[in-house]
Design a protein around this ligand. Structure first.
Ligand code: FAD
Length: 309
């Protein structure tokens, strides 16, 4: 049997998480194929074919796949899945939309956000916002799962896998893509940024995000994140929320400013390589996950840090 990876992309570039999914897929020690579903797939197929460890790139090209719906992708993948014992993708908003549908249509369990692959049907995944690690075993003949990209290294490039076309079924009726809206920002995208500076409720206003936090982020070429309390208070837009119900980040450096470190926030940032916390309460939970902690008033410490940088 073989392993199939459903690739996420923006029409031009493969998402960097695909290379991490390829590494995860090596655990089954069977051929790994990557499915590219797109309107124009040539460049994307070449990027996938270059990943070490990929046997075949399956290319599904159709104008309707410019903006595929989960229904269309599932209709494409389910017949292909007959040849595969494992169907996997990196865990993301994209895969959270598609993979449960595929699992349901195949009548198997969905194993989401897998942190470690113990053996061919046993996995470690977080529950209770990542506070408990559960080892789960699936008895399904087919495994459908998403893996946490930050837990797997990216597969190297330099390979030259075969590329093969597959038939695209008609898009199911009932739902169709209408529009998408992106926030335009000069900053790196939050989920992929190497440095993230996040602000919490303690910032106290949207102005403080702009006047206190943004200059520090500018110095570090960082993305800005926020706690849910900051978002709910209207200090930062919803798409900047880091955590269980927001974006999961794993940058080289995460600076938490005026954030208490609640488990739901920690879920979204605790895989960061280096965590720096600035909080005036020495008992704050965030100091338990921080590599470097500064007990200070953020309104003094952050401008000083920015000036020093
Ligand atoms: P607080 O907990 O109020 O902490 C503010 C911190 O700032 C305190 O530690 C305080 O000591 C410090 N402080 C105050 N003034 C200063 C100052 N002048 N200088 C320095 N430090 C100062 N939260 C998320 O972030 N992301 C999520 O995705 C998320 N999902 C959730 C899902 C569910 C189902 C639930 C129930 C909750 C979720 N939460 C989430 C909310 C979470 O439980 C916390 O309420 C939230 O993270 C708290 O945000 P905060 O740390 O900014 O605020």
């Amino acid at each position: 049997m073989r392993t199939l990876i459903i690739a996420e992309h923006d029409g031009q570039h493969l998402n960097e998480q695909v290379a991490r999914a390829v590494t995860a897929a090596q655990h089954w020690q069977q051929p790994v194929d990557v499915l590219i579903a797109a309107a124009q797939a040539d460049g994307l197929a070449a990027q996938a074919a270059a990943l070490q460890g990929v046997s075949t790139v399956l290319v599904a090209t159709d104008a309707a796949l410019q903006h595929p719906t989960a229904e269309h992708l599932a209709a494409l993948v389910v017949p292909l899945a007959a040849n595969y014992s494992v169907v996997l993708a990196a865990h993301s908003a994209f895969s959270k939309n598609v993979m449960p549908r595929i699992a349901a249509l195949l009548d198997v369990n969905m194993l989401s956000d897998v942190l470690e692959i113990v053996n061919s049907n046993t996995y470690v995944r977080g529950i209770y916002a990542g506070n408990v690690l559960a080892t789960v075993q699936s008895s399904d003949a087919k495994q459908v799962l998403t893996v946490r990209g930050s837990k797997f290294s990216a597969a190297a490039t330099g390979a030259n896998a075969a590329i093969q076309s597959v038939t695209v079924p008609a898009a199911p009726e009932g739902s169709r893509w209408l529009a998408e809206a992106f926030n335009k920002s000069e900053r790196p995208p939050l989920a992929a940024a190497k440095v993230v500076v996040s602000g919490g409720r303690a910032l106290g206003s949207a102005d403080a995000f702009k006047d206190v936090l943004a200059p520090l982020a500018d110095k570090l070429h960082a993305a800005i994140g926020a706690s849910r309390a900051a978002v709910d208070s209207g200090y930062a837009p919803n798409d900047l929320q880091v955590g269980q119900t927001g974006v999961v980040v794993a940058p080289e450096l995460y600076i938490a400013v005026g954030i208490s470190g609640a488990i739901q926030h920690a879920y979204g940032m605790k895989d960061s390589k280096v965590v720096v916390a600035i909080n005036q309460d020495p008992e704050a939970q965030i100091f338990k996950i921080a590599d470097y902690g500064l007990v200070a008033d953020l309104f003094e410490a952050v401008p000083q840090l920015t000036a020093a940088l």
